[in-house]
Design a protein around this ligand. Structure first.
Ligand code: FES
Length: 189
């Protein structure tokens, strides 16, 4: 599987790191995500797609999937009530990055748990670009000191809302443009 849009060139050092950690990361997140990725079989035309639609009906509480959008991994997690409560309990002044980083909200939106989620009534859904904001590795899911994501490249810990809490990463994991177009289908992009 080639994640690069230009299949003829050699990957740069950074891209190689990104690719190799990405493989480890996706496996670490959930083995069940690989059949999905294989099914996607992203070729150049898929990678160029401006938007994708994902049916999350089969994603049970506490489960995650990883897919690709515009050559980048996207994490979708159906969070448990415990994970949501843990994220809600964090005071804003404890956050390293206080901004939501949610492409669907104003740029200065505070990083509350609600602002990080898919919104009112859908707080259980977390959709994020799975690229560490430090140097671009792919974090491991359900890992780290805060039970969210952990980037093994240089030790960044993200909480259950994907907010950076410890380590060198400067920003929360980005939330892409997304909307629910039915009860179970998310359009990304
Ligand atoms: Fe994730 Fe450095 S790339 S901590």
């Amino acid at each position: 599987m080639n994640i690069f849009t230009d299949e003829t060139r050699e990957p740069t050092r950074r891209e190689f790191l990104y690719l190799s950690t990405g493989i480890a990361g996706a496996v670490g997140v959930a083995g069940a995500s690989w059949p999905f990725l294989d099914q996607m079989n992203p070729d150049a035309s898929t990678l160029a797609m401006a938007s994708i639609e994902v049916d999350v009906a089969s994603l049970e509480e506490g489960a995650s999937m990883t897919l690709k959008w515009r050559s980048r991994p996207i994490f979708i997690r159906n969070r448990t009530p415990k994970e949501i409560e843990a994220a809600k309990a964090v005071a804003m002044d404890e956050l390293k990055d206080p901004v939501a980083r949610n492409a669907n909200l104003p740029k200065d939106q505070p990083a509350t748990d609600l602002a990080r989620s898919a919104g009112e009534g859908r707080e259980n859904w977390l959709v994020m670009v799975g690229v560490c904001t430090h140097l671009g590795c792919i974090p491991l899911g359900q890992s780290g000191d805060y039970g969210g994501w952990f980037c093994p490249c240089h030790g960044s810990h993200y909480d259950t809302a994907g907010r950076i809490r410890k380590g060198p990463a400067p920003e929360n994991l980005a939330i892409p443009p997304m909307t629910f177009i039915s009860d179970t289908v998310i359009k990304i992009g």
